[in-house]
Design a protein around this ligand. Structure first.
Ligand SMILES: Nc1ncnc2c1ncn2[C@@H]1O[C@H](COP(=O)(O)OP(=O)(O)O)[C@@H](O)[C@H]1O
Ligand SMILES: [Mg+2]
Length: 430
C-alpha cells in the first residue's frame, strides 16, 4: 500500500497544495519553515485524526480560515466498500478539520465513513528528532510513548488503557476523600482496587510481551546502523565511557522493566512468552493484591494511587547500563531511530506501515546515512524530510560500507550496485 497523491487545502502554511509520490523512498527537501514537517503531519493525521505537532488538532487549519482538508489517493490491495474492505487497487480518502461548528467529515471514495474506518487505512510510524528526549527526560515519558505504539499495534489494549485512566481518576478521588476524612465507602474503594489490579496486570504483561518481541529487532537494527557487532552475552561487563569503543564489539541492548509488583525484569533473559501470558497475568494480579494490602493505608493517608501500571518504569540498557549514560547524542538519535524502525517492522494484522522520518539526517554521519538508506530500500513507502536533496552513489557506498558488509548481507557487487542506485525521489517543498 502506498500514497500516490496528497492534496492539502488550508492546511498549515499551504493554501492549496498537491503533491504526487512514489512507492519507496520519498524525500521532501527545502528550507526551514517550507512546510516539510507539515506534510508528514498531514499524512499522519489521516491515520490518527490528530496532530503529532499540537495537542489541539484544530491547530492545523491555516491561520484565518474556518476549515481545512487533507485528501489522499492511495494504492492498495484492500478497498473499502459497503463498510467492508475488499480487494482492489486505488482509493481516495479525505478528512475535514473545522472550527466553524459544522460537521467534520471523513470519507473513503467520497462516501462518509467513521473516523475509525479512516484510521484503519494504514498505520504510520513517526520518527522525530525530539524522540530521543523522551529517553533522557523521564521513564514516564518513555512509557507513555511506548504505550501509544503498543496501542497502535494491539488495538485490544486501547480499551484497557482508557479504563485504566478512568479507574485511576475515580480511585484517586476516593483516596482523597479518605485523606480529607470524609468517610467514603470502603466497598467502593475495594471495587476500584480490584479493577486497578485486573487492568494493571493485563497492561503490564501486554507491555512486557510487546517489548520482548521488539528487543531482538532493536538490537539487530541498532547494530546494523552503527556498524557494530551484536554478540549478546550473559556476562555483565564492567563498562565505563572510556572503554566503550572496545566493548561495542560486544554490545547487548536490553530493557529493564521496573514495577513494584513484579520482580525487576531484564527482558532479554526473562521467561515471559505469549504462551505463558495468562500465567504471568495471574502472577502479577497476585503480587498486586499483596502490594495493595501493604500500601493501602499510605494511599489513604496521602490520597494518591501509589501502585499500578501507571507507575511502571521502562529503562533501555546497553551492556547493563542505562543507554543515555553511554551513548553520544548522535548515537542516541540512531538508537531512537532503531527503536522506531523496529516498531515499524512489527507485523500487525496485515496492515501496512508508512514510515515518516522527520529531520532524520541532521545528526547522523555519512556512513550511517548510507546504512539507513540501504535498510529503507526494503520498505514499501517512506517519507523523509531534509534540508537538501538526497541521493546515493555506488562508489561512495562501496567505500563507506566496505569491510565485510557485502558478505555479511549476502550480496554480490552487482546486486549491491543495483540497490544503491535505486531511485530515491526528491521533492522540493517551497
Ligand atoms: N496554522 C497555521 N497557519 C499558517 N501557517 C502555519 C500554521 N502552522 C504552522 N504554520 C507555518 O508552517 C511553517 C512551518 O512548517 P514546517 O513544516 O514545520 O517547516 P519545515 O519545512 O522546516 O519542516 C512555519 O513557517 C509556520 O509559520
Ligand atoms: Mg521540519
Amino acid at each position: 500500500m502506498f500514497i500516490n497523491k496528497i492534496r492539502l487545502y488550508n492546511y498549515r502554511n499551504f493554501s492549496d497544495k498537491e503533491l504526487f509520490f512514489k512507492k519507496g523512498i520519498n524525500v521532501l527537501y527545502g528550507n526551514n519553515g517550507a512546510g516539510k514537517t507539515n506534510i508528514l503531519e498531514a499524512i499522519n493525521y489521516i491515520s490518527q485524526f490528530s496532530s503529532f505537532k499540537s495537542s489541539n488538532r484544530k491547530d492545523v487549519i491555516k491561520l484565518g480560515n474556518k476549515y481545512s482538508f487533507i485528501q489522499l489517493e492511495i494504492f492498495q490491495n484492500k478497498i473499502f466498500q459497503n463498510e467492508k474492505f475488499i480487494n482492489a487497487a486505488e482509493i481516495s480518502a479525505d478528512a475535514e478539520i473545522r472550527t466553524d461548528g459544522e460537521l467534520e467529515k471523513t470519507r473513503i471514495n467520497e462516501k462518509t465513513v467513521s473516523k475509525k474506518s479512516l484510521k484503519e487505512l494504514y498505520r504510520t510510524v513517526v520518527y522525530q528528532p525530539q524522540t530521543a528526549n523522551i529517553i533522557y527526560n523521564s521513564a514516564g515519558n518513555l512509557r507513555n510513548f511506548l504505550d501509544k505504539e503498543l496501542i497502535n499495534i494491539n488495538n485490544n489494549l486501547e480499551e484497557d488503557f482508557k479504563k485504566l485512566k478512568i479507574c485511576l481518576y475515580q480511585r484517586g478521588l476516593i483516596l482523597k476523600a479518605f485523606d480529607f476524612q470524609k468517610n467514603p465507602s470502603e466497598e467502593i474503594l475495594q471495587q476500584f482496587t480490584n479493577q486497578l489490579t485486573e487492568l494493571s496486570a493485563k497492561i503490564s504483561i501486554g507491555r512486557l510481551l510487546f517489548l520482548k518481541n521488539l528487543l531482538p529487532s532493536i538490537n539487530k537494527i541498532f547494530c546494523f546502523l552503527s556498524g557494530l557487532k551484536n554478540k549478546a552475552t550473559q556476562k555483565e561487563p564492567n563498562i565505563t565511557n572510556n572503554d566503550l569503543e572496545e566493548n561495542f564489539s560486544n554490545i547487548n541492548i536490553s530493557i529493564n522493566y521496573i514495577s513494584r509488583y513484579m520482580p525487576n525484569l531484564k527482558l532479554d533473559s526473562s521467561q515471559i512468552s505469549n504462551e505463558k501470558k495468562d500465567l504471568f497475568i495471574n502472577q502479577a494480579k497476585q503480587n498486586l493484591r499483596e502490594c495493595f494490602m501493604k500500601v493501602l493505608l499510605n494511599e489513604k493517608k496521602i490520597g494518591q494511587n501509589l501502585i499500578g501500571a501507571h507507575r511502571d518504569k521502562i529503562i533501555f540498557t546497553i551492556n547493563y547500563q542505562p543507554i543515555e549514560k553511554i551513548l553520544s547524542t548522535g548515537q542516541m538519535q540512531i538508537f531512537c531511530l532503531s527503536l522506531i524502525l523496529a516498531i515499524s517492522d512489527m507485523k500487525t494484522n496485515d496492515q501496512q506501515n508508512i514510515l515518516l522520518l522527520d529531520d532524520v539526517l541532521a545528526q547522523i554521519d555519512e556512513r550511517t546515512k548510507y546504512r539507513l538508506f540501504y535498510f529503507l530500500k526494503n520498505k514499501e513507502q517512506v517519507f523523509l524530510t531534509s534540508t537538501n536533496e538526497v541521493s546515493m552513489n555506488y562508489d561512495v557506498a562501496k567505500k563507506l560500507l566496505s569491510g565485510g558488509f557485502l558478505k555479511e548481507n549476502g550480496l554480490n557487487k552487482k546486486v549491491f550496485k543495483e540497490i544503491m542506485e535505486d531511485k530515491i525521489y526528491n521533492y522540493e517543498i517551497k
